[in-house]
Write a protein that binds this ligand. Structure first.
Ligand code: BGC
Length: 347
């Protein structure tokens, strides 16, 4: 595995970049800052390689960036209403960093810290972060390991393993923005998306889940068969208005805890197809609505609205305040596990 210095943090520590590659010429680059995927090059139907994830050229982009490009977010992916929750009868207050709510772990979430890296093989790297008791308001010291493996089947596998020394909540996710065209000055509106879900979790105007599960049938949320993302994104629909586009959690079919196929993303011009597998109960589909051209990405390209999309495998947003949702509590002696796989092929 190739290791290079990616840059220095303000305190002088070095961030490293690791390049994973396989026999098919697929390469994935990962930095230990935020356990972030910085590039992912996969072939089109003619074998031409292109990078299909948004990112920055330098560490400074990742340090000052506010869009979580490519990072592992946590402790809690997505929002916790008013940044408050109760656990075992005790009230906790988290950092408020999104309106009146808590988003993606707070001001200094897992995306803004340096992880310890351990090379486990030619195309396998494990990153570990120890999040101290009280960090961003969360109880318990949590140790999270994230292992990235690039397989010979053109799969990027992400395995999570977490433990705590006090009861807490844990719900990390991978926040890569994909654009399968490899051209980051194009939007993702022509990508076809399929999500294996009959329902989604509606939100209020602050993007906090209401606690209900709504059917996708006869709504713009119906991705049960492949649909262009742009087909209904501008429909007059309250949920789309709240999200300024798609920014919702789909309730995945099948049994949570078992890895199953949950989504497919296809870009016709290149023929690139990404299939997502996970053992998580939910998938947040975010259509990059808040990208606004203010951040200059790789090769100096400013990322405009909807030039990338995220498919974030996770528990449902605001679960700590929604006891009817699948639980996110982690207790001493238990192990948090997640496996999510992004598989690349062409059609
Ligand atoms: C959320 C968006 C948020 C974005 C930040 C997504 O996962 O769903 O609401 O603005 O992350 O980049």
């Amino acid at each position: 595995m190739k290791t290079t210095v990616f840059g220095n943090l303000p305190d002088g520590r070095e961030a490293h970049q690791y390049t994973l590659s396989n026999g098919a010429g697929v390469t994935v680059q990962i930095i230990n800052y935020g356990a972030t995927i910085t590039s992912l090059s996969v072939p089109d139907r003619n074998g031409k390689m292109a990078d299909v994830v948004l990112g920055y050229d330098s560490i400074d982009g990742y340090i000052s960036g506010t869009a979580y490009l490519g990072a592992i977010v946590g402790r809690y992916g997505n929002r916790i209403g008013k940044g408050q929750f109760q656990l075992d009868g005790k009230q906790y207050r988290l950092t408020i960093n999104d309106g009146e709510n808590h988003l993606h772990g707070g001001k200094i979430g897992f995306d803004k810290v340096l992880w310890d890296a351990k090379i486990l093989g030619d195309s396998c790297i494990q990153l570990q972060y120890v999040s101290r008791d009280g960090e961003e308001g969360y109880p318990g010291t949590v140790t999270l390991k994230v292992t990235y493996t690039l397989t010979e089947k053109n799969e990027l596998r992400v395995d999570y393993d977490g433990a705590t020394d006090q009861p807490t909540i844990l719900n990390p996710t991978q926040h890569s923005y994909f654009n399968l065209s490899g051209s980051f000055n194009k939007t993702i509106l022509d990508h076809l998306l399929m999500i294996e879900a009959d329902g989604f979790t509606p939100v209020d105007k602050g993007l906090i889940t209401t606690g209900q599960i709504a059917g996708v049938a006869n709504t713009p949320m119906d991705f049960r068969t492949p649909m262009a993302i742009g087909a209904h994104i501008n429909d007059p629909d309250e949920q789309l208005a709240f999200g300024k586009g798609y920014d919702h959690n789909w309730v995945l079919k099948g049994t949570a805890g078992r890895v199953r196929k949950v989504a497919e993303l296809y870009e016709e011009a290149s023929g690139r197809l990404m299939t997502v597998f996970t053992d998580q109960p939910g998938l947040q589909f975010y259509s990059g609505n808040f990208l606004d051209g203010s951040a200059k990405g790789k090769n100096g390209i400013a990322y405009q609205r909807r030039t990338g999309l995220c498919l974030e495998a996770q528990a449902f947003p605001d679960t700590p305040n929604k006891p009817q949702f699948p639980p996110v509590t982690l207790r001493p002696g238990q192990t948090y596990r997640q496996t999510t796989i992004y598989q690349f092929s062409t059609q």
